[in-house]
Design a protein around this ligand. Structure first.
Ligand code: PLP
Length: 369
């Protein structure tokens, strides 16, 4: 009996992307098996993490790696590591940062909210976020200006649907941090397909989610400088206790990363495009719907389907359509575009043909009268 049957849980078709309130992603057979096997056994966790570091290095080219509970934990622990290094006194003192440099610079447009404000991940370690520049733009000069006082680290995010303002040239931003003697941390949560490119910026630590497009169990991968990665691990004697990776998280994440070896990006990208094109061709025939293929503006290698709703011919606005999709059985979750009111955005990456068919027939049953 499935958990849905056993507990009477809502069945969901998730066209909302790698969305935490819906369980993020679907893991493949290899990953599920690794998690399942890990659960029935014991491990020397330090040895498991050391092995994880080796596997992560071999597969990504990073100099070292560790697994933590999630990306959010990775941000707090990376910030903590830059403040404490390996000092056990400092590690045990956090979030009290007396006697430590505790200011963390981030460009104002990178102070995103992915369900909670990212600056809270910084504050959780006891550090104080300092926003550089303006929300709509932060120049390298503005970034450097904020670095000229006593600072602990610089945190940068990869441009995405969440960040605001002009994209910041990452390589230059990392170099400025280094000129001021600051380590640079990159939060690349959803960017597991661009690990090479992000490591090449020279960042000291890169944090990537294991459960977003990598489709592993909930975990965060912290990659980069061996000293700092070691200091991240050392936080387990302090605030990191509540952010530790589980054995099944570590082994599942490694299985997901290992599966990436055989990943054919060109073929995958092509299949994602076809899936969206086909969906858009059908959805565009519905009354009140103008359907289009929307490439990801921040460079993720797949498009999404956009359905602009004309309330007069559709008989309802986009927000009501989103509600009606969600209220049905199974419950269908799509995004409502924030900038152009009246547009549904669907991410089809994890969906099977049958589920896409259900979305189309639900849309038809709501819109065709
Ligand atoms: C999703 C996301 C996170 C949080 O990831 P978790 O693994 O759920 O903690 C952090 N930063 C960014 C930019 C994200 O998109």
């Amino acid at each position: 009996m499935s958990a849905h049957e056993l507990y009477g849980l809502t069945r969901v078709i998730n066209a909302h992307g790698t969305y935490t309130p819906l369980g993020v992603s679907r893991s493949a057979e290899n990953v599920r098996r690794a998690v399942c096997e890990a659960l029935s056994d014991f491990f020397v966790i330090d040895e498991l993490q050391a092995t994880a570091s080796g596997v992560i290095s071999k597969l990504t080219g990073a100099r070292a790696g560790a697994v933590v509970h999630c990306t959010s934990a990775g941000v707090s622990l990376a910030v903590a590591a830059t403040m404490t290094g390996h000092s056990i006194e400092k590690i045990r003192a956090l979030p009290d940062t007396a006697g430590m440099s505790n200011r963390v610079i981030l460009p104002a447009g990178h102070a995103v909210d992915y369900g909670h404000p990212i600056v809270q991940d910084i504050r959780l370690a006891g550090a104080r976020p300092v926003l550089a520049g303006f929300e709509d733009a932060c120049s390298i000069d503005q970034l450097e200006e904020s670095m000229s006082v006593d600072r602990a680290a610089c945190l940068l995010l990869v441009s995405s649907r969440l960040t605001r303002g002009e994209p910041i040239p990452m390589r230059e931003a990392v170099s400025s941090a280094h000129r001021h003697g600051l380590p640079a941390i990159i939060d690349g949560a959803a960017q597991d397909m661009r690990i090479d490119e992000l490591l090449a910026t020279g960042a000291d630590l890169l944090i990537v989610s294991a459960q977003k497009y990598l489709a592993g169990p909930t975990a965060g991968l912290v990659l980069g400088d061996p000293e700092l990665v070691g200091a991240v691990r050392a936080q387990e004697k302090g605030i990191g206790r509540s952010m530790k990776a589980t054995k099944e998280g570590i082994l599942g994440a490694l299985a997901a990363l290992t599966d990436r070896k055989d990943f054919d990006l060109a073929d995958w990208r092509n299949r994602q495009e076809q899936k969206v094109l086909e969906f858009v061709r059908h959805a565009g025939r519905l009354p009140g719907v103008s359907a289009s293929v929307d490439p990801d503006k921040a460079g993720m290698p797949f498009p999404r389907a956009c359905l602009a709703i004309d309330p007069t011919s559709a008989g309802m606005d986009a927000a009501s359509l989103v509600e009606k999709l969600r209220a049905g059985e199974p419950s269908i979750w799509v995004m409502l575009s924030g900038d152009t009111q009246g547009t549904l955005v669907l991410e089809l990456v994890p969906l099977e043909a049958e589920e896409i068919g259900i979305i189309l027939s639900r849309l038809a049953s709501i819109l065709v009268r």
